[in-house]
Design a protein. Structure first.
Length: 132
């Protein structure tokens, strides 16, 4: 990687959105602007994080879910070619990648439920909870 800066800025091929990524991962800095909204891991609150699949590189990922001070949700991380973070490397070919993905409230809640983050759900989605 050399001795250059650890943060890179670019434009995604899929959306044309500006993306700024830190090559040190989720514990570092990621920033993306989508439809005029700034998603920034430095200014948002990290709600939960997960790492999995180290023995299976294609499915391995390291990610966190964040909420901005304005209540917008997003996930940020990196992962192998069989994860949501994959990057297209050619025709029907994918490689590991990095990304920041905006989420709706429903998507954030579903992700937290899937990952078993009960405390985070109770803290951020109290109004949606009810006894069974």
């Amino acid at each position: 990687m050399g001795s250059g800066p650890s943060t890179v800025t670019g434009v995604t091929r899929q959306t044309g959105s500006q993306v700024q990524l830190n090559l040190s991962g989720v514990r570092g800095y990621m920033k993306r602007i989508v439809d005029g909204l700034v998603y920034d891991t430095e200014t948002a609150t990290k709600v939960a994080e997960w790492r999995t699949g180290y023995g299976r590189a294609f499915y391995a990922f390291d990610e966190a879910i964040f909420v901005t001070k304005n209540g917008r949700w997003f996930r940020a991380g990196h992962g192998g070619p069989k994860t949501v973070y994959r990057q297209q490397a050619g025709v029907n070919t994918y490689s590991s990648g990095w990304g920041l993905i905006p989420l709706t409230d429903d998507e954030a809640l579903q992700l937290l439920e899937t990952r078993g983050e009960i405390k985070a759900i109770e803290e951020h989605f109290t109004s949606r909870l009810q006894e069974a």
